[in-house]
Design a protein around this ligand. Structure first.
Ligand code: CA
Length: 503
């Protein structure tokens, strides 16, 4: 073969390969993860319960209703009971017991844990997710956006990050695999939702700047609401990715509806007119502002002609806070171990894969986002390496196996706002182990969604089975247990507490 021929053949092969790559990238779906902060299971006009509740009638979220008509509604989706643990789980595929970011992060080496006369919280990963190995009190691993980026995705972060503490590498989403960062940093809430106050808490607490939302200076002094500013910027980033002909991952992580509760004036009045209290009307207005964002992003996808190749996943990062209306029939609220703390709204629309207006009652959990998104992006092998999360794609496509009786776990060895606990759900059963007094509660969620009847005494066999399962998980993940201040020893595992009581 002459040199010319070799050159021509090689060129042709390279052309074929690069052509195939382009084709594969073209077929990769865009992924929009629409992630709401502190939104309870019933904080929407879409009923996630088997019946329509008072809150479903109180709130108005028409774009969520539209998404429910177009996609799959998951009625039993779970997150951790508070912000950072959920966020680190979705970024890493690890359960909170394993990544050890078990409470919320903000200041380097400073834990928000409160003094408790009985219990000392462990030295948990107070500095959050790190972009570098071997940093004190952090977890370090390949992140979801890093893996998606390697697969050709443009990775866009918009809104609340809250991955790592201030003055650490993890505070900046650009260090964790995102190509674009719109308004994300260490803090888990905005100083203010109002641009007239420059999104800062300074107007109500002079000199307080740690919560100042970064990067939206062009809106300062205007009348815009934070949710709207984030949506405009996220839509611009989507348009740019489409222009660049790149598949994109948009992590649309709204600050709403986390505190501070500040009314969204576009929607506030109608709720006051409907008779809601000032707080409830404020909360409702923030929810509707968030819902408008969902509609605006979908409208942009349609305008750009990419909606048919874009997956939309809607979720919240924990239950409604205790200040908000109770999410009945669920018991408890944000940070508590009961369903009101952990059960969240979730919906998925994947054109060509999901069927419109479907309801899925299988339970899933926040760490499943990691392998599920990797599998959506064609990274099935990487998805399989997910440590704790399990891909929920079989539930969308009705293809492949999903372990329907898998256990789910929560672990909060901290002393912030709520007493510490670990818990497990398997099938219809749930066990909560309270660290302070070693009390064990067992509920049958199918019969008793409101967790009113503790069956731990009447069903000792189930209690023992779940206590064993939870203990095995805590050991396998090297979970940190708090210390009992009276005995000076680590709080024992649930199976030991169970055995001590029955002896
Ligand atoms: Ca949250």
């Amino acid at each position: 073969m002459t040199h010319l021929k070799v050159f021509t053949v090689s060129f042709f092969i390279i052309f074929l390969i690069s052509g195939c790559n382009q084709e594969a990238e073209k077929n990769k779906p865009n992924i929009v993860f629409f992630f709401v902060d502190d939104m309870g299971w019933q904080d929407t006009s879409v009923p996630f319960h088997t019946e329509t509740t008072k809150l479903n009638k109180q709130y108005y979220t028409p774009n969520m209703e539209q998404l429910a008509r177009e996609g799959v509604k998951f009625t039993q989706a779970y997150a951790s009971a508070l912000c950072s643990p959920s966020r680190i789980s979705l970024m890493t595929g690890m359960n909170a017991a394993r990544h050890r970011v078990t409470s919320w992060t903000l200041r380097k080496d400073v834990s928000p844990d409160q003094q408790n006369k009985n219990i000392q919280a462990p030295d948990w990963n107070v500095n959050g997710l790190s972009a570098e190995p071997n940093q004190p009190r952090t977890v370090y691993t390949q992140t979801l956006p890093q893996l998606l980026k390697k697969a050709g995705y443009k990775t866009i972060h918009a809104g609340k990050a809250h991955f790592g503490a201030k003055d650490t590498s993890g505070e900046n989403p650009l260090n964790l695999g995102f190509d674009v960062n719109i308004a994300g940093h260490a803090a888990g809430g905005p100083g203010s939702y109002w641009a007239k106050y420059n999104f800062s808490a300074d107007w109500r607490s002079p000199g307080n700047h740690i919560w100042d939302v970064p990067g939206l200076e062009k809106y300062h002094g205007t009348d815009i609401y934070l949710t709207e500013a984030l949506t405009l910027e996220a839509n611009k980033a989507i348009s740019k990715a489409v222009e660049e002909k790149k598949p994109f991952y948009l992590y649309m992580s709204h600050y709403a509806i986390h505190a501070p509760w500040e009314k969204d004036n576009r929607f506030y009045k109608k709720y006051i007119d409907a008779g809601l209290s000032e707080f409830d009307a404020t909360y409702a207005s923030m929810l509707e502002g968030m819902d408008k964002s969902l509609g605006d992003i979908q409208a942009n996808l349609i305008r750009l002609g990419v909606d048919e190749n874009t997956v939309i996943v809607f979720m919240s990062d924990n239950g409604a806070p205790k200040q908000a209306a109770r999410n009945l029939p669920l018991r408890g609220h944000k940070i508590s171990p009961y369903e009101g703390g952990t059960r969240v709204p979730m919906m998925v629309k994947w054109p060509g894969i999901t069927k419109p207006e479907t309801v899925n009652n299988q339970y899933v959990i926040i760490e499943d986002i990691f392998p599920s998104f990797l599998e959506m992006a064609g990274l099935k092998e990487e998805a399989g390496k997910s440590i704790d999360g399990i891909s929920f794609l079989p539930l969308l496509a009705k293809k492949g196996q999903y372990p329907i009786d898998r256990p789910l776990y929560w672990h909060f060895p901290n002393t912030y706002d709520q007493p510490p606990y670990s818990s497990v759900r398997k099938g219809d059963w749930k066990l909560i182990y309270h660290h302070t007094d070693r009390k064990i509660e067992v509920f049958n969620l199918k019969e008793d969604l409101g967790e009113q009847t503790d069956l731990s005494e009447t069903n000792a066999a189930k209690t023992k089975e779940l206590a064993n399962l939870l203990t095995e998980h805590l050991i396998a993940t090297k979970a940190q247990m708090p210390t009992d201040k009276i005995s000076g020893k680590l709080v024992e595992y649930p199976i030991d507490a169970f055995m001590n009581k029955t002896e």
